[in-house]
Design a protein around this ligand. Structure first.
Ligand code: DGL
Length: 267
């Protein structure tokens, strides 16, 4: 039904970049956000663990009667999208953050070499490489895991010397030489998007996986008559472990007084 909320989850603050994009595209929708800070980072966990966390979080969000579930995490999108979709069945529609990027690049007939950076889980799963290869035959894709970026961002090292040094160390990898497009295959990375753009002298198109998903979600709600029409929704933000930085960054994205609640769904 129209008034049901949109459920969004990630391991931490990264999914807030997605929630923010959803709020911009769909300002009347209510968002229920879950950041699994207790298990962060997902990028180093096994596929089984990420699938288990994701299906449990889906159940938690369904407890709020969400009409749509948005896996706002590339690692979980790569490893657990099918499981979550099966598990949820017809209780809600599930979106991941990888397919919209592949569809966008296919529609824009991207050429040359595309780079993808993400967590070890995302890159080692080969999901981007496989899906891009199937959708855009002949496209050259180079994938690089950049595992320090999530802890760096969660610790608040952004737009400073430490983050500049780490970003430079990763992005000067020879495999990324010559790319014309870079997919930020982790929803944390848009927080440091300007630093990444600057590293490439603003000559590489940077694709934000979280931004991309807001469009298909809006289209789905529109074409199914599920758009909420009453304004001023009160969003809810849950974390499985309280961190001060989460609170700070959620205020950066959602200026209004946000409700941040710690909840232990892992008992
Ligand atoms: N935002 C998650 C992603 O998009 C972060 C993963 C992590 O917790 O390592 O992959």
């Amino acid at each position: 039904k129209k008034d049901q909320p949109i459920g969004i989850f990630d391991s931490g603050v990264g999914g807030l970049t997605v929630a923010h994009a959803i709020q911009n595209q769909l300002p009347d929708e209510q968002i229920i956000y879950f950041g699994d800070t207790f298990h962060l980072p997902y990028g180093d966990k096994s596929r089984d663990s990420v699938q288990y966390y994701s299906t449990r979080i889906a159940d938690f969000l369904l407890g709020y009667n969400c009409k749509v579930l948005l896996i706002a995490c590339n690692t979980a999108s790569a490893s657990a999208y099918e499981q979550v979709t099966q598990h949820v069945g017809d209780r809600a529609v599930v979106f991941n953050v990888i397919d919209p990027v592949v569809q966008y690049l296919s529609a824009s007939q991207v050429k040359g070499t595309v780079g993808v950076i993400g967590t070890k889980g995302t890159i080692n799963s080969g999901t981007y490489q496989t899906k891009l290869g199937e959708e855009i035959p002949g496209l050259e894709v180079v994938a690089l895991s950049t595992p320090l970026l999530v802890p760096m961002i969660e610790e608040g090292f952004i737009y400073d010397d430490i983050s500049n040094a780490i970003i430079r160390a990763y992005l000067s990898h020879p495999s990324l030489k010559g790319i014309n497009t870079l997919i930020l295959g982790c929803t944390h990375y848009p927080i440091i998007k300007r630093q990444i753009e600057k590293f490439f002298n603003f000559e590489v198109e940077i694709i934000d996986s979280g931004q991309m998903v807001a469009v298909p979600v809006r289209e789905y709600l529109q074409s199914n008559g599920l758009m909420r029409s009453r304004g001023s929704p009160v969003h809810k933000f849950f974390v499985s472990d309280y961190t001060e930085y989460f609170e700070k960054i959620s205020r950066m994205f959602f200026e209004e007084n946000i409700h941040l609640e710690q909840i232990n769904i892992w008992k």
